[in-house]
Design a protein around this ligand. Structure first.
Ligand SMILES: [Zn+2]
Length: 506
């Protein structure tokens, strides 16, 4: 039976510099959510991509002495390579320079022109422009003459004639949709910020720029280029095939994952654009916090980036994925430090999770030639696993990835204690075979359940564990609902390779 549709997206990234840990948190977190929903049996469609029309692309290309097209091709490859290394399982990859996207942007604008012609108009605009945000900043967004998000960039005084979108007409409607839950913004702290902005009243927004050499020509006015944010937001819709028939199979999106700094675009401007075009709104926008490095936001322009290569190479991609969601989290800001990364790796992954897997499989190999005995009756581990599965489901459904990851390690800790309590090596020595059978069977079953539950976080290690379990079916074929009654008798386990090797002590 096909599951229910679950279409999720990440923000698309500017093609103006290499990805850093801040980008990685968002993509990894969204990937954990995508993998969890597949595990739940949903029909997942997971979109990632690149925002390639920004002014900063023109500048970056010029600095590299290449044309913008060559530059964005290069950057798209760089980003995609990193996301593959981090095991991102996106089903689609959209670039805003693709024809399918350009078609979607033009179609959306034309639809607004038809449905709400008064909502688009031409006017002069004068203001301070931030090239980091690619937007005009309001006085409340400026501190000491600089953009709040980009304190090292100069704001550029800009005056030009532009097309405008009557955003001011949509505040009350959006407040109602948020109040009824028809359009959700999470977590609550972000929803409150958005509600405050809406209550303060909205100003109309410029949706075109004059004669930019790199961008989508404004429909009906080739002297103007579609403003990069207006262009970029539409990627979530154009990737569904809009306006071609059939796009409704995916649209509306069930979840947009974005950073907390761009909620105004995703929770106000984007839904207003869709309302103006008579299209359905995304169900939920989840705005995560930032990765902080020594107390400041990780970003290219803030100049605090730590190399993503170094972070991946330190303990492998799975360990970095685990650390980002477990320690930094997906709701508030969190710190990244090498000390904490090493400590989590050793305590959680090597000494707890890895240790449980290796000792359980090694003892089954040693005492039962690898053949898993038949379970008879319950063990304390079954009760612990049932509680873990229920709590894990609640946490993951609420996008509490930090808690989901913590629950895995708690169950592994409980199972390690079970080994100490039951002392299988003493049972073997005393030839208490029936008892030893039970202990080994329950341990292997717990390892199997943990392999499944850990898949969203550490997909490569989960597969390695699954291979060592010698199971009678593939890991990908298992669903959460299969875990309670999971039968492991007769599986032929083998000793796993070192899952989380400790770096050489020196
Ligand atoms: Zn800015």
């Amino acid at each position: 039976m096909p599951g229910k549709k679950f279409y999720l997206t990440t923000a698309i990234d500017y093609s103006n510099g290499d990805p850093h840990l801040g980008h990685a948190l968002e993509k990894v977190g969204a990937d954990c959510i995508a993998r969890y929903h597949r595990l739940s049996g949903d029909r997942v469609h997971f979109l990632m991509g690149m925002d390639e029309h920004s002014q900063s692309v023109i500048q970056a290309a010029a600095r590299a002495s290449v044309v913008p097209r060559e530059w964005v091709d290069r950057m798209a490859k760089t980003f995609a390579d990193y996301w593959r290394r981090l095991e991102c399982s996106n089903d689609d990859w959209i670039r805003t320079t693709e024809p399918r996207h350009v078609r979607g942007v033009v179609a959306l604008l034309e639809r607004i022109q038809q449905q709400r012609p008064d909502d688009l108009y031409v006017a002069d605009y004068e203001g301070l422009y931030c090239t980091g945000c690619e937007e005009f900043k309001q006085p409340a967004q400026i501190v000491n003459g600089h953009c709040i998000e980009h304190p090292t960039l100069e704001l550029i005084p800009t005056k030009e004639r532009n097309h405008f979108f009557r955003l001011s007409a949509y505040g009350q409607r959006l407040l109602q949709l948020i109040a009824t839950g028809a359009f959700r913004v999470e977590p609550e702290i972000r929803r409150n910020e958005v509600v405050r902005l809406l209550e303060d009243g909205l100003q109309d927004v410029s949706i075109s720029r004059q004669r930019l050499p790199w961008g989508i020509p404004f429909p009906g006015d080739p002297d103007q280029t579609v403003y990069v944010w207006f262009d970029a937001l539409i990627n979530y819709l154009s990737a569904t095939g809009f306006p071609e028939p059939g796009y409704e199979r995916l649209w509306p999106a069930d979840l947009h994952v974005v950073g907390k700094g761009i909620t105004r675009f995703h929770c106000i401007i984007w839904p207003a654009m869709l309302l103006a075009a008579g299209l359905e709104l995304p169900r939920l926008v989840w705005a995560h916090g930032y990765v902080q490095w020594e107390g400041t936001k990780m970003s290219k322009t803030a100049g605090t980036a730590v190399s993503l290569d170094t972070a991946i190479e330190r303990h492998g991609a799975d360990a970095l994925r685990y650390f980002l969601v477990r320690e930094v989290g997906f709701e508030n800001d969190g710190n990244f430090t090498w000390d904490r990364f090493d400590a989590r790796y050793t305590a959680d992954l090597a000494d707890t999770f890895g240790n449980l897997v290796s000792r359980s499989l090694a003892m089954t190999d040693r005492y039962r030639a690898g053949v898993v005995p038949t379970e008879a009756g319950e063990s304390p581990l079954d009760a612990a696993a049932a509680e873990t599965i229920a709590a894990y489901t609640r946490a993951m459904d609420a996008y509490d990835l930090q808690q989901g990851a913590a629950l895995l390690i708690e169950l592994a800790t409980r199972a390690n204690r079970y080994v100490e309590e039951t002392t299988p090596w003493k049972l073997a020595k005393a030839k208490r075979d029936g008892e030893l059978d039970q202990v080994l069977a329950h341990l292997v079953r717990t390892v199997a359940r943990l392999a499944v539950l850990s898949g969203p976080f550490i997909p490569v290690k989960a597969e390695e564990i699954w291979t060592s379990l010698g199971a009678d079916r593939s890991l990908a074929s298992l669903r959460l609902a299969d875990l309670t009654g999971l039968a492991v008798a007769g599986w032929k386990v083998s000793k796993p390779p070192p899952l989380f090797p400790k770096p050489d002590a020196d």
